[in-house]
Design a protein around this ligand. Sequence first.
Ligand SMILES: O=C(CCc1ccccc1NC(=O)c1cccc(C(F)(F)F)c1)NO
Ligand SMILES: [Zn+2]
Length: 410
Amino acid sequence: ASSEPAEGKGAADIDSPAVAAEAVSLKTSEIKKPKTKYRVAYVHSKQLLEKANELIRIKGRAELVHSLISSVGLLQYLQVVSPRCATETDILGFHCPDYVAFLRDSGDVPDGKDSHDSDAESYGLSYDCPLQKGIFETCSLISGATIVAAETLINNAADVAINWYGGWHHAKRDSAAGFCYINDIVLGILKLREKFDRILYVDIDLHHGDGVEEAFCMTPKVMTVSFHKYMFGFFPGTGSVRDIGTGKGKYYSVNVPLLDGIRDAEFCAVFYSIMKLVREKFQPQVIVLQCGADTLSSDPNTSFNLTHLGISRCAGLMLSWNLPTMLLGGGGYNFPNTAKCWSFLTSLAAGKKLPLDIPEHEHLLAYGPDFEMSTTAGNRKDCNTKQYLADLVAKISRKPVLVLILCSDE
Ligand SMILES: O=C(CCc1ccccc1NC(=O)c1cccc(C(F)(F)F)c1)NO
Ligand SMILES: [Zn+2]
């Protein structure tokens, strides 16, 4: 809608409450709405949804996410872009030929290779990463979606490109890991490198973005920054603050290891202070943000204590830099709350407000008993003392941070 009040309203009309209300709402909404309006590409197709929806660990999540985004009326403000299948060449840009061949062939066998056979195990295709039917085709399409998202940014067809089906950050060049088979993020970043020189990858999933960090730990062209839970015995076990990259890539891997119970205010305070440093030092030209929602208080991992607002504030900071930005999915095992969170991020990028309640739609009942769009924090103990967080920021900025002023507002 145009932001200019309609011209030529007779005096009489202005007095009518409807017009007056419109004038007022335009005024206030103008104040609140973010200055710049982003062109948002949303990568989606019925086929991609159907395939992603069958992934064992997140069966049914893709359907909830897309149907909520659709039912809150956001699609009209997005450019819906169809994915393509990642080609063999795309995939071999990162993954090893023997792993790709094994993954492609094993997917054909109706019940998948027996996941205990030694070959499968050597490629990580066992317990955490079961070989389900059609897994190669599904992951090729998911990866192609992330590549298409990258292409919309390269062609300047959009300012923000979203692929909630992507974000599979654990996959390694020669093996599956952590339920990730093909690392769509690495493929998307390699595509972005065809145009951009300095790429910033930020990972706010509960788990360390090890696959992406490993892929780029030797290069200064891609800075990877991961905020994650880091505690003895917690998957994947990497991502210590001392892990800073190697060779030419030294100092271009940043890790922010956190403890259970962190809440929006503290997470955002740490995020803001570290990302401010990263921006000054690295001056990125494009941002890839993995928005795994397993950090929500209601996630069955019962680890962090975030709400959709904390995650949205982090994404909001990245968007405020007005750089081409890609938003990707990832973890998130409370499906309704993951859907709410990613709907909120989509609305933030599109500069559109959301209703307070879940609209009537096919999956309404999944949002009971409150049927609200918001998610809430629990009152679990925060193991991250202010001292721990201040020391962490001091180590990363390699200068004493006397007091980390924890403020919840931007
Ligand atoms: O979310 C992930 C993968 C987490 C993972 C890696 C390896 C083995 C198991 C997991 N966990 C799950 O995929 C998972 C899925 C559903 C529910 C849970 C639970 F433990 F939180 F309940 C955990 N990476 O960002
Ligand atoms: Zn995760």
